[in-house]
Design a protein. Structure first.
Length: 239
């Protein structure tokens, strides 16, 4: 029995197939200590109400392991079993919401599991999406290498919603020369637009607007606060 299970598993990988992680199969292979439980809720980011959503996790980098689940329509609860210390991508989709995408690699030393709530942003005109992982080299419009994953997620959002038109809104902190800040915020949103349109998104779907330091999120003068003010936001103009 053990040999048959191992042969079947290897054959699935060789054929570049995908398979669901079944607890029974893992137990038979004797690796239950490498499995952790992840559970939580899928919620509307604005109302905190539960959302019925489809959840897909894929093991990285080979995509040879897919886990499919969904959240409960009444409670938002979901539950998945994944391998400990293994990197996964997660995609959460629900009608009327922007698709949630992320990558994670959890490491737990206990069997308590992990709670991860997921907040979906309504896909409505006027909605503003924060790009928290979009960074630039200091005082320039050069996009940091670590930001391309977030930009690629934005491209996938536009591909998922072919009628969507967005506006990239650039902000700096309010310190320094206002004219230079306006110029820098304009250059940054233009650079983001170039990246997106170079990947196949029509230019007519991506508008840009620069604010300089005129619309800070906070007036605190700490470096952390000013970092919050230096940002690019995405406003949905049409969908």
């Amino acid at each position: 029995m053990m040999i048959n299970i191992l042969v079947s598993l290897k054959l699935a990988i060789l054929l570049n197939s995908v398979f669901l992680v079944e607890p029974v199969l893992i137990e038979r292979l004797g690796t239950t200590d490498s499995i952790i439980m992840v559970n939580g809720k899928v919620l509307n980011a604005q109302t905190q109400m539960p959302v019925k959503a489809n959840i897909v996790l894929e093991r990285l980098p080979l995509y040879n392991n897919i886990i499919v689940s969904s959240s409960d329509s009444e409670t938002g609860d979901y539950e998945v079993k994944i391998m400990n210390e293994v990197k996964y991508s997660i995609v959460v989709k629900a009608e009327g919401f922007t698709t949630y995408r992320d990558e994670f690699n959890f490491k737990l030393d206990s069997e308590e599991g992990l709670v991860k709530d997921i907040y979906l942003i309504p896909n409505v005109v006027g909605q503003i999406l924060r790009m928290n992982k979009l960074l630039f080299q200091q005082s320039t419009a050069k996009i940091s290498d670590s930001s391309f994953g977030e930009l690629n997620n934005l491209i996938m959002l536009l591909n998922d919603n072919p009628a969507m038109v967005i506006q990239l809104e650039g902000h700096t902190d309010y310190r320094g020369n206002p004219k230079l800040n306006m110029k820098l915020s304009q250059e940054r949103v233009e650079e983001v637009k170039k990246y997106i349109t170079d990947k196949g998104i029509k230019k007519s779907r991506v508008k840009v607007k620069a604010f300089g330091g005129s619309s800070p999120l906070t007036n605190e003068n700490s470096e952390d606060a000013q970092q919050m003010n230096r940002r690019v936001e995405v406003r949905i103009l049409k969908n």
